[in-house]
Design a protein around this ligand. Sequence first.
Ligand SMILES: [Mn+2]
Length: 434
Amino acid sequence: MNETHYQARRQKLLASIEEGVAILSSSPLKIRSNDTEYPYRQNSDFYYLTGFEEANALLVLVKTKEIERSILFVEPYSDEFALWNGARLGVEGAMKRFEVDEVHSILEYPNHIKEILREHIALYFDFHDDSNHLKLAQQSAKELRESRGVKRYIRSFHDVTHWTRSMRLIKSSEEIDKIRYAISLTALAHHEAMKQCQNGLREFELQACMSYIFLSNGAMNEAYGAIVAGGNNANTLHYIDNRDVLKEGDLVLIDAACEWELYASDITRTFPVNGKFTEAQRAVYEKVLDVQLRVIEAMKPDVKRDWLQSYSEELLCQALIDLGILNGEVSTLLEAKAHKKYAPHGIGHWMGLDVHDPCPYVDESGESLAFMAGMVMTIEPGIYIKAEDESVPLKYRGIGIRIEDDILITESGCENLSSMIAKTIEEIEEMCKS
Ligand SMILES: [Mn+2]
């Protein structure tokens, strides 16, 4: 993605807000322990508007009736920092690279911010931003309001992420390419896990063979903490211990995927540890797969996400009846939320710069959003039957299955971006054999 993409996004944001000043911060560095830090990950909204990956930076957008300006504040270049950590872009480097109107050192921000805010009536910021930079802006706004002779001052606050995240809903072809690339590496990793899997391995050994594929292909980060859950561990939805032994006759559920240039993928596959589904596993697997395929089939522009959710719950409820896990009428069971015991989570979520992209699910009037071409949503039905659940036929106890793909809405319907990953029983058993 080149600089004009980010510039176009800033212009679009400026065009959609009223007069005022918008402040967006980079992510802070986070201490892991003592003086070591977690690997740095830029704030997605900030990155979306700048493409800038360094910490301790700010984007300030200014809009009046006459002018629109983008101002970037960055850490200055320092020889000392370059010696220990590598060179920062610095003010001159950032001015050359980014198509913003001004770049200043972050050290000068306190001097600039009061001037920038003068005569403005609205401040746009991320309500979750608890940086000192933002606190200073709010303090400056307060001081301006109390100064003599100031006629126009900040009198309203707006959540800037309302606009950035609405923009992030529709992915450009460049963004989709990055998602596709992340998925292509994730596909390799899932296939490798299927090939390597055998009785007696530890869950983390499968995780390690996937991480090796990500890293050795240059995907420096995973999009979220990997779940490698053998047998009944799959019934803990966010199981991340990944330390148990994989046992003969069990399934293993793997929900793991990498990030490529900050764009996520999010894939789950469930397969037999020994490469061969038992009859009971096959029965549940086929039901979950059937639900997933039917839900994907229904995705196209103008379909509402809420409808898709209810539709998937109906299908899952019917599947649970067919398996003999629930008894009764679909409508009565749905009303009583009986299916939630075995299918507790939603059918899917937006995906993009964040694995759970925080884009809106409702429109301005509070109605469920209708799909539009360029949106990306995961579809991940699951059925989870705890080992100790005596209300369920014995053969099903301890089975937990989720199947998750990443779906792009297109003009005419949808495209499963992860359709190359083994998913049918035949494909999985074949992959496990190789
Ligand atoms: Mn997911």
